[in-house]
Write a protein that binds this ligand. Structure first.
Ligand SMILES: *[C@@H]1O[C@H](CO)[C@@H](O)[C@H](O)[C@H]1NC(C)=O
Length: 291
């Protein structure tokens, strides 16, 4: 067995005052494959990216007019898409549902194709959203944060519940708890056995990726969850650890879901959203705000 990655003693996150307290409240505990119906309002940063009226991807609200999603979700012009917030069941529209056109989409320039690094995008909403009980941002980890292997995190979305099987009506937001798997361990899993649509070559898990799930499969994100959040609770705050990026089918043995890590992109995000100051959190210690 493999030694788990070292746990960082200091845990820093960046979120945006005056709303930092919004992302620091524990949300109560509670496709996604092997998951359960979420409670209405449990994951208030979860958004649905629409192309026309179709749900194509998930995303996470990080500030009043900013959403993080995956680069591979966007191929067309920004006018082809819009962002829904405050949604719970896709076929039973909530009173809280609000829909926003997109001002700009910034795909990370290092992204080339499924399985490549940099599968992350920033989506700027046409106008800022008002936060409420069911629409609130998630905290972002600073670049120094390392998420420890074995940490139990959650992935949420309206994606397929099996490979090739879409979420059944009324399409209630799904949640599933999955432990983090470090890059080396995950590469060994991916180097085990073979699947028809395996990515090329050995060690497909790049520097900016982390896996989550089980060696035996069974619980995972799936088609339609892309761009959505992998979140971990730490010291009474939820942090966005990763963005759903790719997988080999869904919930297969030795093929856990692969996520783009947020810490390597903290500076890139801050370049577009400079008003996001750093909130300093030290696990088990005091908090403060920088800048
Ligand atoms: C979820 O809660 C919000 C806020 O209380 C409410 O507006 C919305 O209608 C609820 N949605 C469903 C499907 O119950």
């Amino acid at each position: 067995t493999r030694r788990p990655a070292a746990t960082t003693p200091g845990f820093y996150s960046l979120c945006s005052p005056p709303f930092s307290s919004a992302c620091e409240q524990p949300m109560g505990s509670p496709r996604i494959v092997g998951g359960n119906d979420a409670k209405n309002g449990s994951w208030p940063w979860q958004v649905s990216i629409r192309e026309g009226s179709n749900h194509i991807c998930g995303g996470s609200l990080i500030a009043e007019s900013w959403v993080v999603s995956a680069a591979h979700c966007f191929n067309g012009d920004k006018s082809a898409y819009h962002v829904n917030l405050g949604e719970y069941q896709l076929q039973n529209p909530s009173e809280s549902l609000v829909s926003f056109p997109i001002k700009e989409i910034y795909r990370h320039p290092s992204y080339t194709d499924i399985g490549s690094s940099g599968d992350i995008a920033l989506v700027e909403l046409e106008t800022p959203v008002n936060f409420n009980r069911v629409i609130r941002p998630i905290c972002l980890p600073a670049s120094s944060v390392e998420f420890p292997a074995g940490m139990e995190c959650w992935v949420t979305g309206w994606g397929d519940t099996q490979y090739g099987e879409s979420l059944e009506a009324p399409k209630t937001l799904q949640e599933v708890q999955v432990p983090l798997i470090d890059r080396d361990t995950c590469n060994s899993l991916f180097n085990t056995g073979s699947y028809p649509d395996d990515p090329q070559g050995t060690d497909p898990i790049k520097q900016d990726m982390i896996c989550a799930g089980y060696p035996e499969g069974e619980k995972d994100a799936c088609q339609g969850d892309s761009g959505g959040p992998l979140v971990c609770e730490w010291d009474n705050a939820w942090l966005l650890a990763g963005v759903v990026s790719w997988g080999v089918e869904c919930a297969r043995p030795n093929r856990p879901g692969v996520y783009i890590l947020l810490p390597p992109y903290a500076d890139w995000i801050q370049g577009y959203v400079p008003t996001i100051p750093f909130t300093l959190r030290r696990y088990g210690g005091q908090k403060g705000v920088w800048g």
